[in-house]
Every structure is written in C-alpha cells, then in structure tokens.
Write a protein that binds this ligand. Sequence first.
Ligand SMILES: NC(=O)CC[C@H](N)C(=O)O
Length: 244
Amino acid sequence: MHLKIAHLYPDLLDLYSDRGNVIILQKRVEWRGLRATVDEITVGHEPDLSEYDILVLGGGMDREQGIVAEDLQKRRENLQQAVEKGTVILAICGGYQLLGNYFETAGGQRIPGIGLLDIETVGAKVRMVGNVVAEMEIEGVKTNIIGYENHSGKTYLGKNVQPMMKVIKGYGNSGEDKFEGVRQGSVFGTYLHGPLLAKNPTLADYLITLALRRKDLSVRLDQLEDGLEARTQQKLYKRLVESR
Ligand SMILES: NC(=O)CC[C@H](N)C(=O)O
C-alpha cells in the first residue's frame, strides 16, 4: 500500500501553515506503518493528477491566486478525471475559491475558477477574520471542527454542492448562512486554515480513509494517541462557544 499525496502550488498557496495539512496526512499514514509520499507540484510541472490519491491546495493572496488560476485552467480536465477516479481533494480558502466558478476580488477583478465546485465568490470590503468552531457530520457522527479564517471572499453555494459544515462560531462561507465550506463527492473546500488537519485529526483520518477506499482498501486505521489535539479542541470550544 502506497498513498500518493500531491501538494499543489506550495510556493504560491501557503498561508497560516497550510502546508501542515500535507505533513499531517503523511505522518498519520506513516504512524500506522503504511507508506505515504508527497510530491510538490507547481506552475510548469505536468504530472497526471489522476494518479494521486490526495491533492491538497492551500490558501493564498489575491495576487498569487491570479497566477495559480491561469495554470489551473490547463489542468481542468485532468482534475475532473482525478475526481472521477475518486481522488480526494482538500482545498483551503484561496485554493477553495479557485475550484469554483470565479472569485471576484474586493477590488473588482474577476479571477476565473475551474468550475469543479458549483460555487461563486465575491470579495467584500470587510475581511472575515478569527477562530471558527463548526460541526461536520463524519460517517454519520456529528464532529466538532476548529480552525481559523481570514478571507475577503464571500462564497455562495450553487445547487450541486452541499455545505461541508455548519458554523457554530465565526463567519464561514459568507457570514450570512451559517454554512462553512463545501463537499462535492470526494472534493472538500473550506475556509479553515489551522492547519485544519493538525487541529482536527478525525477529519484527517476521514480523508485518508476515503483515499484508501479509492484503492478498494478498507483498511481500519489504528487509533492514534490524539489527547493533545482533543484537549486543544475542548479548550477552544469552551473559550469560543460556552463562555459567550
Ligand atoms: N486566506 C486566503 O486564502 C484568502 C483568499 C482570498 N485572497 C480572500 O481574501 O478571500
């Protein structure tokens, strides 16, 4: 068993330690005695993305997003193929916006997305910044997710996507509908940095499990010692939600 992870545009999309998500995926696979490798892919590289089990995109500033958007257009079909073959995609903030139809910046510049997700994003004058507590259903179980958001874009969901989480505290997609992120099959987009998977090991393991299923491997992941993560979650939940 060999889990292949690709980190897309690590040089252009990497805010608030988004790279940590890639490290966590690799480590949590290795800690189970399995093999995981990471390839870094950026502008000019031409691998077949459908050969990867997990693709990760981080967040970025508007300027960097413009550069990535141009390169992503060339990968649109290849990304579609990857999704059809069950590749798991995790896209954070700026990366999330670019998988949608477009991102219109607060300055009025329209950056085209690749339309993999049925979402549209429009920049607001006031940025949405702060810690977030949300709730996500993972394999039928309501799970608390914590993270940090910092975005101008307000994302609105089309008919073909489901929100990934419900916001308990924070703004989420737009600050208007209590939705956070989207899930469309094996594609997950979210505004939560953190790094998200370091703070939410249950979500990390869920993505790994989905990626293993793509290989028809229903490996049961051994339980890891996640006490520190659980205590950190509880502390933040108490501070942000219970003491309001
Ligand atoms: N944190 C981010 O990735 C920001 C994305 C985008 N530039 C925005 O401001 O909405």
